[in-house]
Write a protein that binds this ligand. Structure first.
Ligand code: ATR
Length: 280
């Protein structure tokens, strides 16, 4: 019987219970995944001390506690340490070990959709944005061996900060948003990680994709709406697209694997989750 859950605030709209209930049933395991919302005016410390006494096998952490959880861990994996943020904890015989599944989860979702990417690591990649998600994705791609990963962001310093993670692993140029638009034809893979375009009915795109190669793959980690204006631009040019909701499924797949040792196959959950999101 697996006792799993999520801490964060606000989390009532979280898709994680839906996803992990599916994974428990696919893996033929019994268990539950509960929402443990921690209000901003509650004592985080007290809640963590209580949680340490509970029988919990593992849990996810979302905003605003991904950094605050770190002092409560007994150990932290390399990826999470580099991110400075933890979104998954496993309880191993009373010891809490922290992981960050975002970058690897994203990479799994991309490679599952486009496995041919692995046969040419010299493909040019552009990451748009330099927040927490961009950081995880950049690092996972660099560790995988992709040789050219550029970053464009409104605020140059944040992009430069992320690029430091890739020193000795990959070659990176930091571009302004205007420069990225001018250079767009150079890229084989473009990954949109900002919040621009989020929310149903939102028609904003952070940059124009005019001049994009039709052979490019364009990815957006936003999943509400499923098809952002950014992806619509890419589709109109004939490029291949990669949807944000798949990252949710794969980062949860990796978390579930950390807790149970079982890697569930995503199969038709991709379409099922799409339906859930479209029904919202
Ligand atoms: P997350 O952790 O989910 O990645 P975040 O850390 O808040 O989110 O990062 C948000 C990203 O969206 C950043 O790259 C941010 O750009 P800045 O670093 O310049 O702030 C980008 N972003 C958000 N709103 C934007 C806007 N209106 N125009 C351009 N970039 C925007």
């Amino acid at each position: 019987m697996y006792h799993l859950g999520l801490i964060g605030f606000p989390i009532q709209q979280s898709l994680s219970p839906w996803i992990h209930d599916k994974y428990l049933s696919i893996a033929k395991l019994t268990g539950n995944y509960k929402l443990m919302e921690i209000d901003l005016n509650e004592s985080f410390d007290e809640r963590m001390l209580h949680l340490k006494d509970e029988e919990i096998h593992g849990f996810n952490i979302t905003v605003p506690y991904k950094e605050k959880i770190i002092p409560y861990l007994d150990d932290i994996d390399e990826e999470a340490k580099k991110m400075g943020a933890v979104n998954t904890v496993v309880n191993k015989n009373g010891k809490w070990i922290g992981y960050n599944t975002d970058g690897i989860g994203y990479l799994r979702s991309l490679i599952d959709a486009y496995p041919e990417l692995l046969s040419d690591l010299s493909k040019r990649i552009l990451i748009v944005g330099a927040g927490g998600a961009a950081r995880g994705i950049y690092y996972a791609l660099a560790v995988k061996g992709f040789e050219m990963i550029d970053i464009t962001n409104r605020t140059r310093e944040s992009a430069e900060d992320i690029a430091k993670l890739g020193e000795g692993l990959t070659a990176t140029t930091v571009l302004s948003l205007e420069e990225a638009e001018e250079e767009i034809a150079q890229y084989d893979v473009i990954i949109q990680t900002t919040s621009v375009g989020m929310g149903s009915g939102n028609n904003q795109s952070i940059i124009s994709l005019k001049g994009l190669k039709p052979s490019a793959i364009v990815s957006d980690i936003i999943y509400q709406p499923i098809e952002t204006a950014f992806l619509k631009q890419a589709k109109a040019i004939g490029a291949s697209i990669h949807y944000g909701h798949t990252m949710l499924l794969y980062q949860a797949q990796y978390a579930f694997e950390i807790w149970t040792g079982k890697r569930v196959s995503i199969g038709q959950l991709d379409d099922e989750l799409k339906n859930v999101l479209e029904g919202r």
